[in-house]
Design a protein around this ligand. Structure first.
Ligand code: URA
Length: 305
């Protein structure tokens, strides 16, 4: 959830009152507000007070007159409270229905001749409602020509702020996992199925995923890695069609058709899962060794293996 933080409206002076400010921030965080949408605070209390004080009659609304026969000075019935003014934040134009958006996404993604063009198309794409709640597009990190491409589910809060995938706590663990097999971010290419952060880090809906899918598929095709690794069940379901849960389906090489060639692909645990479930690290370690082993082999010319 996001919000503009506004003054409490009680006329109090918060300057210097760090505890009170910290309490307000903690309250907002607990309520799910973790992003400020505007640079300037908006005082909604002042807005509603102004609305109440405003003259009730709109220019084209029927005038209230005293009933016929009433004595001069008899008041007409009290006006209703004026409606709340529209929020100061402009509502985004409503996105097309999901099936239309998915079609537009397919056409747009297919038209991208390279990764820069794909990123530019995504920046302009209006079909995914997540774009309007996210701070920015989180396209990729690392080296597009790397032999290894890793794909997660969707950016979280830290990624939304920095504009790069896997930079928060789970990203730090991913860095350590890669380092254990002698790889760093510059020798891999990292992206997500959904390139905008879902509000409050919720799971992307099937519609949002379907709309974003043509873009990540094209991104993989254009990056043209030798190995694809899906981080976590959702990415593996979406890209590899994994039906079993990740615990059963991880660690198995499958073939992925990029559109131009077939490459080996593997699902492993999402680092966020490993942070919650350290026991899984043993199996993730095996997957990392399998990745290292594959990278040591000569790339397959294009027919998969
Ligand atoms: N989780 C993901 O799936 N992707 C990120 O970029 C960060 C966290």
């Amino acid at each position: 959830m996001s919000s503009t933080l506004s003054d409490s409206g009680n006329g109090g002076d918060w300057a210097g009152d760090r505890d009170a400010l910290a309490d307000i921030l903690a309250f907002h965080l607990e309520a799910g507000v973790d992003v400020a949408l505007g640079e300037e605070p908006v005082d909604r209390f002042a807005e509603s007070q102004a609305a109440r004080a405003a003259p009730p009659a709109a220019p084209d609304s029927p005038r209230r007159t005293a009933p016929e026969g009433a004595a001069p000075g008899d008041a007409a019935p009290a006006p209703r409270r004026a409606p709340m003014p529209a929020p100061a934040i402009a509502a985004p134009a409503s996105p097309p229905p999901p099936d239309v958006a998915a079609l537009e996404a397919r056409e747009a993604a297919a038209s991208a001749p390279d990764l820069d063009a794909l990123r530019a198309l995504l920046e302009r794409f209006e079909g995914c409602p997540l774009k309007h709640t996210a701070t920015r597009l989180v396209f990729a990190d690392g080296t597009p020509s790397a032999r290894l491409m890793l794909v997660g589910e969707a950016p979280g809060r830290d990624e939304d702020i920095e504009g790069k995938p896997f930079v928060g706590r789970s990203g730090k663990l991913l860095d350590r996992m890669l380092a254990a097999i002698g790889i760093d971010r510059t020798s891999a290419y990292i992206a997500n199925v959904v390139p905008w952060r879902p509000p409050g880090n919720r799971t992307p809906t099937p519609q949002e995923t379907a709309i974003c899918l043509p873009f990540i598929r094209r991104q993989i095709e254009l990056a043209n890695p030798d190995l694809l690794v899906c981080l976590g069940g959702p990415a593996a379901q979406t890209l590899l069609g994994l039906r079993d849960g990740i615990t059963k389906g991880r660690g198995r090489w499958v073939e992925y058709d990029t559109g131009s060639r077939t490459i080996p692909a593997l699902a492993t645990f999402h680092p966020a899962y490993l942070l919650r479930t350290p026991l899984g690290k043993r199996m993730a370690w095996r997957d990392m060794l399998a990745i290292e082993d594959r990278l040591a082999q000569k790339p397959s010319g294009g027919g998969g293996d």
